[in-house]
Design a protein. Structure first.
Length: 284
């Protein structure tokens, strides 16, 4: 009897108590922007060899790979966004924005280069206040550390040295590191007079793709248009060192007084390249 009375009393009290409003749920936070990569550590000095007719300090046989047939693989290409270039750091620089800046050529070379041995010398090196650039073919440079795809068996002109080396003094790895080749200094043009050397940052454009690389090797003094296995791969170009590459349509932009540190870290080239390419596309 006491238990039943107590139950009725509690029920009555519940009916008389005021109703409390429901606590609103906290809104779900939106996604955070991706963290930017930390800067890579600075490299030590490196020395290397020229791949042209006159050797640099550590002599190595010059490359005679030029004039081979080109087989181009288109790869998978994404559509470029429309509208003007955006300045925020999260938006990649478009190929069209870089190519638009390259329409006018103010030559900085005294003469012109050949894309291959025996071809006409019709390629000037052009310049702006912050970069030099040229348009040529792309021959595959497999020199440096031997690997699965770059070695004496896959490339008849292979040499296990590059003009510039990593912080550990070892040659660069063409299979892993996107790098471009500049001609040996000559009366035609001397890249050193424009603040360009080993580790200088470059943007390479092919069709609607933009890849970032470093200056990693030196080639013959009268030829231009060569990049590493990894650079070709990043652009969707056939990487076969014997018959791969692109016959034409490749644009090279090298930024003055720039350096990826360390030289053999692809992420360092991308981080610096995206920033410098955006500044170049925006007119400096």
């Amino acid at each position: 009897m006491c238990v039943r009375s107590l139950t009725l009393a509690l029920a009555g009290a519940a009916l008389l108590a005021p109703a409390l409003p429901a606590t609103p749920a906290h809104p779900h936070p939106g996604p955070r922007p991706p963290a930017r990569p930390a800067p890579a550590p600075a490299p030590g000095p490196g020395t290397g060899t020229a791949r042209g007719t006159a050797p640099l300090p550590r002599a190595v046989a010059p490359s005679v790979r030029r004039g081979a047939p080109h087989a181009v693989s288109r790869g998978h290409r994404g559509a470029a966004p429309s509208g003007p270039a955006r300045e925020d750091a999260e938006t990649p620089v478009r190929a069209t924005d870089l190519l638009a800046r390259m329409r006018d050529c103010d030559p900085v070379s005294s003469g012109r280069y050949r894309p291959d041995a025996g071809a006409p010398a019709d390629i000037p090196v052009c310049g702006t206040s912050d970069a030099v650039f040229w348009k040529a073919d792309l021959d595959i440079d497999c020199d440096g550390r031997p690997g699965e795809h770059c070695n004496a068996d896959t490339d008849p002109h292979f040499t296990d040295a590059t003009a510039y080396t990593g912080p550990d003094g070892r040659p660069l790895d063409a299979e892993r590191l996107p790098y471009v080749v500049v001609p040996e200094p000559s009366e035609i043009w001397d890249h050193r007079e424009h603040g360009i050397g080993g580790g200088s940052v470059a943007a390479v454009v092919y069709e609607d793709r933009v890849g970032y690389a470093v200056v990693g090797d030196v080639g013959p003094r009268d030829l231009i248009g060569e990049a590493s296995y990894a650079a070709a791969e990043s652009l969707g170009i056939d990487t076969d060192p014997r018959a791969g590459g692109a016959a034409s349509g490749v644009s090279y932009i090298v930024f003055k007084d720039s350096r990826a540190e360390p030289i053999d870290d692809p992420a360092a080239a991308v981080a610096a390249g995206e920033r410098l390419a955006r500044r170049f596309a925006d007119g400096g």
